[in-house]
Design a protein around this ligand. Structure first.
Ligand code: AMP
Ligand code: MG
Length: 487
């Protein structure tokens, strides 16, 4: 275990020079204080969890102090936002403080979000509000606990610094950890500004640091693109299987490592709704829940375009063609497991689709349905769950198919079925209204609820005594919260 001043830096991205990022110092926030820290994320840096309580921790992650070895940089990138190309984005309010390597030899980017203005701030103030910082923190750590690849969050530091959004709020900073902060938009930036030298420097860096096995292949860039396609297909399959809606799948928010990245107006589904739009500013529903699947491919083709200097168009097209079948296979595999099945049959896809249609028509709670399905034998569980459906006849027909399918599956020892299903179907989900309650308390200076919610969500599959209220369906007010891009 290390103390805060014992972190070891190795700033590989900073060494690529000023064409890829700009030196900028963090701008401190007033009276920095710990809102919440993640012991699991601290462990990635070998940090003793108790150091989160020290004044130095809030000073470092509130922008007041900096390690001598840190080299804070704002990265430049561009990207497609809601389908249109924006030629100049970049870190407008976040800084890569440096790269730390841990005792296991892993490198982690330390990225401080809300660290003040940079050359890429455009009209923005360079700040992040407490509300959105808490949301990013909770989502990162909750997704990780569900087994969904994501950037991590070390902590949120609050302050008394006022910032203006729709109303006056307080600034905060969130310390994000990722193996890399390179986005699809990085490659797009150097492609569209026609800087092949710098694009090559970026590409070689990403290959060497993050895809070393691709360097062994005859066409390393093609091998890397294939890996990115595979990882995104798997990632989005997990989002869809768990009801996670990202909300702003612009190409500047897509990680080259295929992890969930840049949290804004995200949501986990409460009631199942394939057409759910979690981002109040997304009028057209471009990033609606079910559109995430084709948008994943759209984003990969934007990346493919930017990689045309390295890879033939035919090879790119062929590789892109892998996305849908891979997505389908991962998704079906996860959904089978959510249904408690251990084998595959041809009609399983239809079984899943029929169920989702019924859930959609009856506004059934997506997460709780699967959790309850594993509580008892298939027959007893469907008998209990049928009351949640308006179309009872439709549900009964589905239940008959399901029970027959479960019988054919064979592995139906009830204790085993329950253990197997509860290990994949979470009891606790980061519902918007739970986040909102924690945020309301935090905005009044009470951080206990954020910390409790974080702790509950860090073990989403495990029933936790006294925490029943976190597993309930949302109250009516909690289903219609409007979350915008403002953050
Ligand atoms: P996001 O919607 O958070 O992914 O941000 C899109 C772009 O806007 C990125 O380049 C951000 O750095 C930038 N940005 C967002 N909010 C601010 C802000 N308050 N100040 C400066 N830049 C911002
Ligand atoms: Mg972004």
């Amino acid at each position: 275990m290390k103390a805060l001043d014992e972190l070891t830096f190795d700033n590989r991205f900073a060494r690529l020079g000023d064409a890829l990022s700009t030196h900028v110092l963090p701008e401190p926030i007033g009276e920095p204080r710990l809102v919440v820290a993640s012991p699991a994320a601290m462990a990635l840096l070998d940090l003793d969890p108790s150091v989160a309580e020290t004044p130095l921790f809030a000073e470092l992650f509130g922008g007041h102090k900096l390690w001598a070895e840190a080299e804070p940089r704002a990265m430049v990138y561009s990207g497609h936002q809601f389908g249109s190309y924006n030629p100049q984005l970049g870190d407008g309010r976040g800084l890569l403080l440096g790269e730390v390597y841990n005792e296991a030899g892993e490198h982690w980017d330390l990225h401080l979000k809300g660290a003040g203005q940079t050359p890429y701030s455009r009209m923005g103030d360079g700040r992040a509000v407490l509300r959105s910082s808490i949301r990013e923190f909770l989502a990162s750590e909750a997704l990780h606990a569900l087994g969904i690849p994501t950037t991590r969050a070390l902590c949120v530091i609050g302050s008394n610094t006022p910032v203006w959004r729709e109303k006056q709020e307080r600034a905060a900073m969130v310390l994000r950890l990722a193996a890399s902060h390179v986005r699809f938009g990085h490659f797009e930036y150097f492609y569209y500004t026609q800087r092949p030298e710098q694009q090559k420097a970026l590409g070689e860096h990403v290959l060497a640091m993050h895809f070393p096995e691709c360097l062994e292949q005859p066409e390393p860039y093609l091998a890397m693109f294939r890996e990115v396609v595979e990882r995104n297909a798997e990632l989005i399959a997990k989002w869809q299987a768990y009801g996670f809606c990202h909300g702003v799948m612009n190409t500047d928010n897509m990680s080259i490592l295929g992890v969930t990245f840049d949290f804004g107006p995200f949501a986990f589904l409460d009631d199942f709704d394939a057409n759910f739009i979690c981002n109040h500013s997304d009028d057209q529903g471009r990033y609606s829940f079910s559109n995430q699947v084709p948008i994943g491919q759209w984003n990969l083709s934007a990346l493919a375009q930017a990689l045309t200097p390295f890879i033939s168009v035919d090879a790119l097209r062929e590789t892109l063609g892998l996305y849908f079948p891979l997505y389908q296979a991962h998704y079906l595999d996860l959904m089978r497991r959510r249904l408690g099945l251990t084998t595959g049959e041809e009609d399983d896809q239809k079984l899943v689709e029929k169920l989702l249609q019924l859930m959609q028509n009856s506004s059934v709670d997506y997460s709780l349905f699967f959790r309850r399905l594993g509580d008892e034998t298939a027959e007893l569980a469907v008998a209990r769950l049928r009351d949640d459906f308006v179309d009872i006849k439709g549900f009964d027909a589905w239940a008959e198919l399901y029970c027959a399918r479960v019988a054919r599956d064979g592995n139906n020892d009830q204790a085993q079925r329950r253990t197997r299903m509860h290990a994949i179907n979470p009891l606790y989900i980061l519902r918007n209204y739970l986040a909102q309650k924690a945020i309301d308390a935090a905005e009044n200076g009470d951080y206990a609820e954020v910390r409790r919610l974080h702790a509950v969500l860090s073990k989403p599959f495990e029933e936790q005594p006294g925490m029943d209220s976190y597993a309930e369906r949302p109250p009516e007010w909690g289903k219609h919260l409007e979350i915008s891009c403002s953050s």
